[in-house]
Design a protein around this ligand. Structure first.
Ligand code: HEM
Length: 407
């Protein structure tokens, strides 16, 4: 592989240009892949923002950076740091961009909603919903775009209910989501969408403060009344959870279905032994590069040694979880899908204090959707050749635009 355009800075290594071009299917971005093998702590320039950042790709190094309390998210607020998108995705005041003690307080407020007990209770309900969706599909008959007829609407319904977003508002919220999660949205347009969505959730929270229901927005409104979080924090939390809940699961589960249908031998074994599904879901999470480019960076508050490099206080660091999941030091034959793989945990949900708040929910949804599809539609297959599937371009999360299937 040829190195991209690069230059030497006054004080150190080469700066690599990471253009972050959209890729089809599960193709792994060649830039972080090469860096993982050749320069696991490298300086990169990204399509947006100013200057360069460190990019950390090896499993142990990614864990070290993401668990180090000397790496700050709060310091990233309001700075034009190297980024994949022209506007900053995560709202200031949100969990993604807070440090302790604010971060700890915010995570505690949502922990019960995404905890073991509530998700277990939601499981049965989600299972019934999945069955109802599939009954409709079977009645209508193939082919169908399974991403839009099953995975998208089911995951949207689950998160909307958990949060307390009325079903009638989902279309509007989906439009804001598309605007925020597009690489083509300019900084100004991004701010305008953020204002709209913030206004929506502020209104909804006011409404629930007066008339509480059994949902997260009502709980957050009560916490706000008790002085446990501010108005802007409440809104940021709702926005962050909605965006993740609506987009991440739809895209990754649709990609999981694509991977299963393009690996028929392994999928046949999984069908024969459904008890292996949880492990298979984890392998799919490890294997699928779920996003274009990197998410939110961290800023070092002290000099930190990582992978033989000294990151200086004040410097920006990005970790790339999908690369860590392909680290040959941790995973044997890492670029190969092996649904029976057992071993080190993947980092698809991140690591450390910012570990995905919705991981348990996302896993549960993936298991239910894949399990239901494998069980109810034994003849499930792609309705068009895999190379003709259109993949989303210019978006943060990777996934198929449409996934036509038949059975
Ligand atoms: C399979 C789907 C999903 C994947 C792969 C995923 C992955 C991730 C990753 C990599 C992070 C960032 C870790 C970091 O900042 O270092 C994250 C954070 C987060 N995710 Fe997820 N996520 C998924 C689904 C969800 C869902 C369904 C929700 C909630 C409805 C959710 C809520 C969050 C929140 C709130 C954070 C920020 C946590 C914090 O900064 O403390 N995610 N997720």
């Amino acid at each position: 592989m040829t190195p991209g355009p690069h230059e030497r800075t006054h004080h150190g290594p080469v700066v690599h240009d990471w253009a972050v071009v959209p890729l089809p299917g599960t193709d792994f971005d060649p830039v972080p892949h090469r860096l993982l093998h050749e320069e696991p702590v490298a300086r990169v320039r990204l399509p947006h923002g100013e200057g360069h950042a460190w990019l950390v790709t090896r499993y142990e190094d990614v864990k070290l950076i993401s668990a180090d309390p000397r790496m700050s998210r709060a310091l990233t607020v309001g700075r034009p740091l190297p980024s994949t998108t022209p506007h900053t995705l995560a709202p200031a005041g949100g969990v993604g961009r807070a440090d302790p003690p604010e971060h700890t307080r915010l995570r505690r407020l949502i922990a019960p909603t995404f905890g073991r007990r509530r998700i277990a209770a939601l499981r049965e309900h989600t299972e019934r919903r999945a069955q109802a969706f599939l009954l409709d599909l079977v009645e209508t008959g193939p082919p169908t775009d399974i991403a839009e007829s099953f995975i998208g609407p089911l995951s949207a319904a689950v998160v909307a209910e958990l949060l307390g977003v009325p079903a009638a508002d989902l279309d509007r919220v989906q439009t804001w989501r598309a605007g925020l999660l597009s690489h083509d949205t300019t900084a100004d347009a991004g701010e305008a969408v953020k204002r709209e969505i913030a206004g929506y959730f502020a209104d909804l929270a006011r409404h629930r403060a007066d008339r509480p229901a059994d949902d997260l927005i009502s709980e957050l409104a009560a916490a706000r009344a008790a002085g446990e979080l501010s108005g802007p924090e409440l809104v940021s939390m709702a926005v962050m959870l909605t965006l993740n809940g609506l987009d991440a699961v739809r895209n990754i589960v649709a990609t999981m279905v694509y991977v299963l249908l393009t690996h028929p031998d392994q999928t046949a074994k999984l069908r024969a032994e459904p008890g292996r599904l949880p492990r298979a879901v984890d392998e799919l999470l490890r294997y699928i590069p779920q996003r274009n480019g990197v998410g939110m960076p961290r800023i070092a508050t002290a000099d930190i040694e990582v992978g033989g490099v000294t990151v200086r206080a004040g410097e920006t660091v990005h970790v790339f979880y999908p690369a860590a999941n392909r680290d040959p030091a941790v995973f044997t034959d890492p670029d190969r899908l092996d649904l029976a793989r057992d071993g080190a945990p993947h980092l698809a949900f991140g690591h450390g204090a910012h570990y995905c708040a919705g991981a348990r929910l996302a896993r549960m949804e993936a298991e239910i959707m894949l399990g239901a599809l494998l069980r109810r539609l034994p003849g499930l297959a792609l309705a068009i050749p895999p190379e003709r599937i259109a993949w989303r371009t210019g978006t943060v999360n990777r996934g198929p635009d449409t996934l036509p299937v038949t059975w």
